[in-house]
Design a protein. Structure first.
Length: 463
């Protein structure tokens, strides 16, 4: 089954050179793995899942051969259950919580079982949910990433009309543009979008809210607005040489690897330097290593302070990424002659140390040195997309730029706006965005119902 949007993807992409990290289970393997589950009471795996999927229930259904029922259990709790099966850091969520971890036995491979059930449902085109009876209410969703898609799906089930407005040409948010190709490919992300919107809501791509259409216009046409805009472009450190060819923001580079036909900066490179210690830094380091580059990752603190998950660091090391801790770049240096003139040739670095009582690492005098690099990926965070939203009356922002919401409802300080996903949580995982999108939909529904109860004549019987 191919999603119509996949036609917009070039047939040749670097992401296609990276095979699945965790290949799908065969039916026999899935049945054998499912049969190991202990179906725990108060299952800790459920508590560890932000969307609270009833994991023992869906595993039991696989064990009994009810694959359709299994997929229903998963997707009823989390409509992004397919991509979550592929991209969730299960090692620190459900699988990490499995009781087998305390018994010195391998934990249940929950992600792979979830993939088995949902992938089968996708392959068979099985649909489980329908549009609710129309309420006449309309909701605009800004962005078509996991948060907005989860919200739009739930709103549609509840009978409201939902329209996602997406600035990019392709929907799916970071599932399509950011998550590592060895976990999910862009066409898989687009297939999921197609499946989710198949319930009957619209996704309009190439529509930038704040550009082609304003929030004021949306306010006139829609009864509520959900902000699922994610985070902004890669942050930069402002170092000399940052504009050289071959010095790129990590998310920008990952998007090119996933969605473009060619990425000349990667194809011409041998030596890559990755700057940063978070999960995005590890992702791009692993992707470049898998594409055959020698990768050095610079981090200005030590291994235990790294933001990246420990399991990701271990994989990266196995894949040949060389870590240099307590080092940071101070400048990117251009090649001196010929056609390579404006391209980066090396990274000037310094060693760092935690001197004195201060916790901030500081450059060690006289430690300057150069590392060869014909490609640099800067993964030092993403900016927040606040500028266009600052005009909305009542919406508040935290000191770090995230939209402040009431956690149980995702409501903002403006009664017509809700927000969820990375723009409100500061940048977590797909499963958090899915949970928040659904929670917001239910709160929007409750707000519509409350307004109806308050309306003049509400509750009157007869005329
Ligand atoms: C490199 C990278 C790798 C990641 N890997 C993983 C992983 O392996 N597993 C995992 O669980 N999570 C991963 N994450 C995190 C995960 O992708 C995000 O938490 C999740 O996608 C957030 O969903 P969202 O809908 O809030 O935002 P996004 O996915 O960012 O979607 C927001 C959408 O809104 C659109 N938009 C923004 N502004 C406007 C506007 N003005 N008008 C219209 N549209 C607009 C954007 O174009 C985008 O498509 C990764 C993140 C990054 C950066
Ligand atoms: S904790 Fe492990 S064994 Fe228990 S229900 Fe969850 S997956 Fe099964």
């Amino acid at each position: 089954m191919a999603a119509p949007e996949t036609r917009a993807l070039p047939a040749r992409r670097l992401e296609l050179m990276m095979p699945d990290l965790k290949p799908a289970l065969t039916e026999a393997q899935a049945r054998a793995e499912a049969s190991r589950c202990l179906y725990c009471n108060d299952a800790p795996c459920i508590a560890a899942c932000p969307t609270a999927i009833n994991i023992p229930e869906f595993i039991r259904k696989i064990d009994s051969g009810n694959y359709r029922g299994s997929a229903r259990t998963i997707l009823d709790a989390n409509i992004l259950g397919y991509s979550c099966a592929l991209v969730c850091p299960v090692e620190v969520l459900c699988v990490g919580a499995c009781v087998y971890n305390h018994q010195d036995r391998p934990p249940i491979q929950i992600g792979l079982l979830q993939r088995f059930a949902t992938e089968r449902a996708y392959e068979k085109g099985t649909r489980f949910f329908e549009k609710g009876a129309p309420t006449g209410k309309r909701v605009a969703l800004v962005g078509a990433g996991p948060a907005s898609l989860a919200c739009a799906h739930e709103l549609t089930r509840l009978g409201h009309e939902a329209v996602c407005l997406e600035a990019r040409q392709l929907p799916g948010g970071l599932n399509t543009t950011g998550c590592a190709p060895y976990k999910i490919r862009s066409e898989t992300a687009l297939l999921e979008v197609d499946y989710i919107k198949g319930i009957g809501f619209e996704v309009r791509t190439g529509v930038e809210v704040g550009g082609n259409v304003t929030l004021a216009e949306l306010e006139k046409t829609y009864d509520a607005i959900f902000l699922g805009v994610g985070l902004g472009p890669d942050s930069r450190l402002g170092l000399p040489g940052e504009n050289l060819r071959g010095v790129l923001g990590a998310c920008d580079l990952i998007e090119r690897i996933k969605n473009r036909e060619t990425v000349p900066e990667v194809e011409a490179a041998r030596e890559a330097v990755v700057v940063g210690g978070g999960n995005t830094a590890i992702d791009i380091a692993r992707e470049l290593a898998r594409l055959g580059l020698h990768v050095t990752q610079l981090y200005r603190r030590g291994p235990t302070e790294m933001g990246a998950y420990a399991h990701e660091q271990t994989y990266a090391r196995k894949e040949g990424v060389e870590f240099r801790y307590w080092e940071q770049p101070v400048a990117y240096v251009a090649g001196k002659q010929g056609p390579e003139k404006e391209r980066v040739r090396s990274v000037q670095c310094v060693k760092m140390a935690q001197t004195g009582a201060g916790r901030q690492p500081e450059p060690v005098r006289g430690s300057e040195h150069e590392l060869p690099a014909d490609l640099v990926a800067v993964a030092t965070g993403q900016e927040k997309l606040v500028s266009q939203l600052r005009t909305i009356a009542g919406i508040k922002f935290g000191a770090d730029g995230r939209i402040e919401v009431e956690p149980s409802t995702c409501a903002t300080g403006n009664s017509r706006y809700w927000a969820g996903g990375d723009c409100a949580n500061g940048g977590k995982e797909v499963v958090n965005a899915a949970a928040e999108g659904k929670r917001a939909a239910r709160a929007i529904d409750a707000a519509f119902k409350a307004a109806l109860r308050r309306a003049p004549g509400a509750g009157a019987r007869g005329a």
